[in-house]
Design a protein around this ligand. Structure first.
Ligand code: HEC
Ligand code: HEC
Length: 352
């Protein structure tokens, strides 16, 4: 019974938000929805058929990930903005790329990103491989002028030539192979065994009383209408959504709150920017809440510094309700149970 209101909201919200949008599927129909809208995080992400995991690719991907030579100036590596010692992001409101130029969005965590079906805050990329290829040329990220600048640079390093040959069977370094190796490594970044996962698997003691209260509020108030399933990010994976299909929601859903101006929420138009579709204006992919306590600041523009404030903003902008301080504190306690076990990450020795 407790979840009834959640499923009611779940049925209502996307139906309003996504009316007349053929490419993005509606939330799965009710036959498919199990009683409990959450799933423990699997230990492995789904692997695309055109880029099977191999040790050689993963090892090469790890080298590339930590290597600042992937950026034009040699100053920035993937790890500079998606710091694996920390929450898989950079702790900045918006990230600053190789040329010292800031982008307009906050770096998302890469922990568990392989469970997503579409990438970036606005869902514009279909695969991690596509993200890498966009990032390489983006002047606010790696700022490489053209792919041959990067592939030529890697080709000139003997140990890279050998690693690429081992992973792909040919010595010529191709940008698609750079993207494949990096994506293979990124797909290993999984943080299972959070207290919430253990709770879902039957270990009642893994959540404190306060966190259980927060879990109930999270469901009753309707947060779970958007933040559910494996990533607390909507019906992915395993519930109808396929690669390339983002689960979008409006942010803000309730218009006219003071947060709009205070956080400058409307400046970035979200999925409208790349689709040009009126009905996608201010639509955003529902982000994961896994490891959320590690990934401040929050929201696409990093405008909120603390988790309690992010919860307050969500309740006011998504339902127009004000939560009490106690309710916010309980929900925050619940959100802290989303922190999983991160494998240790030691940057490898640079290849010569
Ligand atoms: C200068 C900072 C910066 C660097 C360096 C950087 N990224 Fe990103 N990354 C970002 C930002 C910012 C976004 C979100 C952009 C957006 O949503 O429009 C992002 C998004 C992503 C995403 C999508 C995440 C999601 O939740 O959908 C992946 C995957 C990713 N980056 C991987 C990488 C890899 C691999 C590298 C190294 C080749 C890298 N990034 C280097 C800043 C950076
Ligand atoms: C109508 C769908 C919807 C509902 C309901 C909703 N959220 Fe969200 N949530 C989103 C979207 C979309 C974003 C991304 C907003 C952005 O930054 O563009 C988001 C972002 C967040 C973030 C920040 C994530 C990050 O990485 O920065 C937190 C934390 C969060 N929500 C928690 C909650 C809580 C707690 C509730 C209930 C009080 C809730 N949400 C209700 C859709 C929703």
């Amino acid at each position: 019974m407790r979840f009834l209101s959640v499923w009611f909201l779940l049925a209502m919200i996307p139906a309003v938000a996504l009316a007349e949008v053929p490419e993005v599927p509606q939330v799965p129909n009710h036959q498919e929805i199990p009683d409990l809208p959450f799933r423990p995080l699997p230990k492995q992400v789904p692997i695309p058929k055109d880029n099977p995991q191999t040790d050689a690719k993963i090892d090469l991907g790890r080298e590339l990930y930590f290597d600042p030579r992937l950026s034009f100036t040699g100053k920035v590596s993937c790890n500079s903005c998606h710091h694996l010692d920390q929450g898989g992001e950079d702790g900045q409101a918006v990230s600053v790329g190789a040329l010292g130029k800031a982008g307009r969005r906050s770096a998302p965590t890469l922990w568990n990103v392989g469970f997503e079906t579409a990438y970036f805050w606005d869902g514009r990329a279909n695969s991690i491989e596509d993200v890498v290829k966009e990032h390489v040329l983006d002047e606010t990220v790696m700022a490489i002028p053209a792919y041959p600048t990067l592939t030529g640079r890697l080709q000139s390093i003997t140990a890279y030539r050998e690693r690429f040959a081992a992973a792909f069977g040919h010595e010529k370094v191709a940008i698609d192979d750079v993207a494949k190796a990096l994506a293979s490594f990124v797909r290993t970044l999984v943080t299972p065994d959070s207290p919430f996962d253990r709770y879902l698997q039957g270990d009642q003691a893994s959540l404190s009383e306060e966190a259980v209260k927060g879990y109930a509020l999270f469901n009753e108030k309707g947060c779970a209408a958007c933040h559910f399933w494996t990533l607390l990010a909507g019906p992915v994976p395993g519930l109808s959504f396929k690669p390339g299909q983002p689960f979008y929601e409006l942010f803000p859903t309730v218009r006219g709150t003071p947060w709009e101006e205070r956080l400058d929420i409307l400046a970035d138009e979200g999925a409208y920017d790349w689709t040009g579709r009126e009905d996608y204006r201010h639509m955003w992919r529902v982000p994961t809440l896994r490891n959320i306590e590690l990934t401040a600041p929050y929201f696409h523009n990093g405008s909120v510094k603390t988790l309690p404030e992010a919860v307050q903003v969500m309740s006011e902008t998504q339902f127009g309700i004000e939560l009490s301080e106690d309710e916010i504190a309980a929900i925050v306690d619940f959100l802290k149970t989303q922190t999983g076990v991160r494998p240790a990450m030691t940057p490898p020795e640079p290849l010569r």
